[in-house]
Design a protein. Sequence first.
Length: 377
Amino acid sequence: MRKLKAIVQPGCATCAHRVVGYPHIAAEWTPDLQFVVTVQSDEEQGGVERLQEAGLANLAWIRGAALEEGDVVVPHATKGEVVVLLRESDTHHALFMTNRCNSYCLMCSQPPTSTDDSWLVEEAIAALRHLRRSPDVLGLTGGEPLLLGLGLRRVLEAIAQHHPTTRVEVLTNGRLFANARISEQILAGLAQPVRWLVPLYGHADFVHDFVVQAHGAFDETLAGLLALQAHGQEVQLRVVLIGPVLQVLPELVGFVGRNLPFVREVALMGCEPIGFALANRELCEVNLAEWGDVLEHAVRVLQRHAIPHLLMNMPLCVLPHPLRSLARQSISDWKNVYAAECESCIARKDCSGLFAWHEKGWKPAPLRPIEANEVLA
Ligand code: SF4
């Protein structure tokens, strides 16, 4: 969650607002949305207050935050901060749906809590109303969004209503789709294409259930994947490369090729060094450069089964040359940094770089700047 320090007008409601610059109030204002107006001077602040006195109750001023016009934010006047829900200029857009989860993955970057946070559904719907430009892709994350049931369906319908051209990606463990009532409730007759991003960590229950720390999860996830297929949904399988998963990776992708050939693609992903991954460091920290042969083997298996595949969260320099063209710049803008080693690297503009918190955790492998005379892919 991206939080910025700000001076917010006292009394400003703690709910979704669209950011507008003071000079653009007249062009942007509409009675059915909430606005925070970025002001640069006492004169502009006074101008906003005069508009309020004239009857415009749905705006408030804000100062001192690095906000951009079109951002969708939740101001917290008493805390002196603002939470950015969506940033128009970002490459990756995502809404956080819940912190609850029915799994407890060894490397979870967002350790779950049991608190009722169903209000996030209303916040997400409000954020969608306040977003002025439709992104190409919008992610819904958690926690486990399927726990929201009809709440998730309402968010999907709000996206279809306000952003019909946007492609939706939902990150889910898929387990609750094993329940026919829930899969019907959420999937039947969806108005908009949705891609379901579903993690699979093993070719057998003993691996997957161990990684997600939930007995029965493997069977439920497989049933969920079949329910997605039955509803004609697009699936990206996600495989986070921690130690126990790398040990069975060729078997896992072979299992996918034989049993789940309908998946749209398989994403092999570097681990985010935060949350439970830090607590389970001995299982989650790997030097990916030492697993190059296994990655190449897994990719050959996927090629043999004609399953499209990609690599995420992996710097180019840690990968064997033949795999570099599969790597994508996948780390969310606000989490993404580069290291000192990257300054002299010619591949930086094409490289995913690192998670911002790698210094408290680890790098995927020692970095080695790529030089001009080196073959990139
Ligand atoms: S040195 Fe930095 S920019 Fe270059 S490939 Fe490695 S991580 Fe990417």
